[in-house]
Design a protein around this ligand. Structure first.
Ligand code: ZN
Length: 383
């Protein structure tokens, strides 16, 4: 693969499912005689529980004596901004917004948070992780990955962000709030990541949320780490353990250690509609995504650009292949439109990646012993 100014995946050269757009490089993909993939065959449409049920649930946790009705983590990205808007404007709830000051946040995401908080007049608390633990674990995990690049361990780059949920729970308890709202959309749970950990993605959605993040994926990731034990640095182990306990609201930590708190993901109840999400936050919250990126998805953390590079180099696809495939299967976008967007958006933001690596002091590629990872880094840095 050669590098252009911005590089796209070889999307024209890959065989893709004739119904969705998953490429032949997707882990565990098979095609039938018509070129339709196994993930399309096993797809079950997302079922929403409805806005009435959502409101009932949200209102049932309100207490008149409380300063706040619910707590919501916000990143400045599109989905958490929209969730905040819905809770405050549409449902008239008193929301405490919690922001983790991720050291790799894009400046526009910070501006979006400020604008949203001002427009909606909500309280916000921000917190940082102590001792640069995010920067240190990210750097360590990226160097470990370079020693043995594997697509299965790419999520390890984001392990420090798994420390956010325990903080959100802490703020909820501090204000006696029994409801934590999340705004992850149902198409974001990347199926190929589960396949890489030998957890089949061919499960129905609710089942998948409860079970596939549990014991099986824990076993899967442990297996992957054992193949590359350099991940197991004493500095990273506490973060890894917390990360596995609090990976998402359905993990062991929240369910067992905070049984009195109800976690509500609004997009389990109301459909996630990209046009509505974008149009409302742009108009009502002055939300923007940086014009230098063609996608408004996941620009808020600069690590996502590096992860795109890592997935392209190991699988010749990114999370967007999976995301848009799910949207095609749900009838939210045509296959043709998805292909056009993929071609446009699966571009590596090399300058962003270089800036990110520079910020954590990765410049030297001399001690990687000629591994595939060294080649990937050299290509990027020595160009
Ligand atoms: Zn398909």
């Amino acid at each position: 693969m050669s590098w252009g100014d911005e590089i796209t995946t070889n999307c024209e050269h890959l065989k893709r499912c004739s119904r969705c757009i998953l490429p032949e490089t997707t882990p565990n993909i098979t095609f039938d005689k018509d070129g339709v993939c196994n993930f399309c065959h096993s797809h079950i449409k997302v079922q929403y529980e409805g806005e009435t049920k959502l409101k009932e649930l949200l209102y049932s946790h309100r207490k008149d004596s409380n300063k706040y009705d619910c707590v919501l983590g916000i990143s400045g990205g599109r989905d958490s901004s929209y969730t905040l808007l819905k809770l405050v404007k549409d449902y008239n709830l008193k929301v405490l917004a919690v922001n983790y000051e991720n050291p790799f946040t894009d400046p526009q995401a910070k501006a979006n948070i400020d604008n949203a908080v001002e427009a909606l007049n909500v309280d916000i608390v921000s917190f940082k992780l102590k001792n640069n633990v995010h920067e240190k674990t990210f750097k360590h995990n990226f160097i470990s990955w370079l020693r043995k690049p594997s697509p299965a361990t790419i999520p390890m780059m984001c392990i420090a962000c798994k420390l956010i949920l325990p903080h959100i729970i802490k703020y909820a308890k501090m204000y006696d709030v029994k409801c934590v709202v999340t705004g992850g959309n149902p198409y974001e749970y990347v199926s190929f990541k589960r396949e890489l950990l030998n957890v089949s993605a061919e499960k129905d959605y609710s089942n998948l949320l409860i079970k596939s993040f549990g014991v099986k994926s824990f076993g899967g990731i442990t297996n992957e780490i054992l193949k590359n034990p350099s991940y197991c640095h004493p500095m990273c182990i506490p973060t890894m353990i917390t990360g596995f306990l609090y990976g998402n609201p359905y993990s062991f930590g929240p369910r067992v250690l905070s049984p009195n708190i109800k976690f509500v993901d609004i997009f389990h109840y109301i459909p996630w509609q990209e046009d509505e999400v974008l149009s409302r936050i742009k108009h009502e919250l002055k939300w923007e995504s940086p014009s230098r990126f063609s996608s408004s998805w996941r620009f808020d953390c600069c690590v996502s650009h590096l992860k795109d590079l890592m997935y392209i180099k190991t699988l010749n696809m990114t999370e967007k292949d999976d995301f848009y495939s799910k949207m095609v299967r749900e009838g939210l976008i045509t296959r043709e439109k998805a292909l056009i967007r993929l071609k446009d958006e699966n571009k590596l933001q090399k300058d962003e990646i270089r800036k990110l690596l520079d910020s954590i002091g990765i410049k030297d590629v001399s001690n990687l012993n000629g591994s595939k990872g060294e080649m990937i880094l050299k290509e990027l840095l020595l160009e």
